[in-house]
Design a protein around this ligand. Structure first.
Ligand SMILES: [Ca+2]
Ligand SMILES: [Ca+2]
Length: 324
């Protein structure tokens, strides 16, 4: 348990801080073999189950508080749930040192010490889109990381990572789509800490709010053989979706060409499983290309994101070709 969580923060501080997902950086194409998910992971699955139980046990006292909050809310007759107030330690240095977060419930936290990291654990619906908002106060420069809590026996952050950062007092916003099995973490630090200067202190407060986004709000169109579409992510943490109909074993190539300085990344998600089946980050310079075959038939979503922390300019062109 200790090992996993040590790696958890290490992965935050190293691999995640550069390009957002080191796994994707160099692989020409990364195909998720559904068979691998099912086979040979029984032992790991039981470990995961234990880890989940440990985390839940560690947070029983929080749950008790939550129910008290719920009662208070009812007493007050309020429509909004009471905010969650972070409880240190929650830096993720052990699996128990995280706080539970909830969609549609504000979290109030503070980077109260230089170098403080706050880690919150969420359960999201696989295949659903969420919007993360961090509103800072004081001199806080929010650095926000969303990452998986560990899948297929891998450590947390090995499968999915997305990062946004802002200048002092600027609100940080991010869309992401939950995919695959298991929970997700959201970690908040000061951006200068990530850059190597431990930063924090009195007044470095923030609120974290996660809401679900209707899928239709992010779907920009449908791709077919020969499609060429232009889009704009809109912001550093934006997310665009395109619908594709997959035919098992058919070759598909989807090429993204970005303008500006964004570092685009592509995923393809099978709607029937809520998990990714293809992904790529840097096939052509910083531009991604999916070049693989559909591992199954059915409706798919192509996910366009960008992971450059200082990116400006979010225009792109997307071209899809189906194989013969
Ligand atoms: Ca804190
Ligand atoms: Ca890229």
């Amino acid at each position: 348990m200790k090992l996993l969580t040590t790696i958890l923060l290490l992965s935050l501080l190293t691999a995640c801080s550069d390009d957002g997902d080191s796994n994707n950086s160099n692989n020409a194409n990364n195909v998720n073999n559904a068979n691998n998910v099912d086979n040979g992971n029984n032992g790991n699955n039981s470990n995961n189950a234990n880890n989940v139980n440990n985390v839940n046990n560690g947070n029983n006292s929080n749950n008790a508080n939550n129910s008290n909050n719920q009662n208070n809310m009812n007493d007050m007759g309020a429509d909004m749930p009471m905010p969650i107030v972070e409880m240190e330690p929650n830096g993720g240095s052990t699996l128990d040192e995280v706080n539970d977060g909830e969609v549609d419930r504000e979290i109030q936290g503070s980077i109260q010490d230089a170098g403080d990291a706050d880690v919150f654990k969420f359960t999201f619906d696989s295949g659903s889109v969420y919007h993360v908002t961090v509103v800072p106060s004081g001199d806080l420069q929010p650095h926000v990381t969303v990452f998986d809590a560990g899948r297929r026996g891998d450590d947390a952050g090995e499968d999915y990572v997305k990062i946004v950062r802002t200048a002092a007092l600027a609100q940080a916003e991010m869309d992401f789509i939950a995919m695959g099995a298991g929970d997700h973490f959201i970690a908040i630090r000061d951006a200068r800490t990530v850059d190597g200067t431990a930063t924090g202190g009195a007044g470095f407060d923030y609120t974290l709010h996660v809401t679900e986004v209707p899928m239709a709000d992010r779907i920009r169109g449908m791709l077919q053989d020969g499609s060429s579409v232009s889009g704009n992510l809109g912001s550093i943490g934006g997310l665009d979706l395109y619908q594709v109909t997959g035919t098992e074993n058919q070759d598909v190539r989807i090429t993204l060409t970005s303008q500006g300085t964004m570092d685009a990344r592509l995923y393809m998600i099978a709607e029937t499983t809520g998990d990714w089946v293809m992904r790529n980050d840097n096939a052509n310079g910083a531009d991604p290309e999916l070049d693989a075959f559909f591992p199954l038939s059915g409706p798919m979503l192509v996910v366009v994101e960008q992971i450059g922390e200082d990116a400006t300019g979010f225009d792109y062109t997307l071209i899809m070709r189906l194989g013969q």
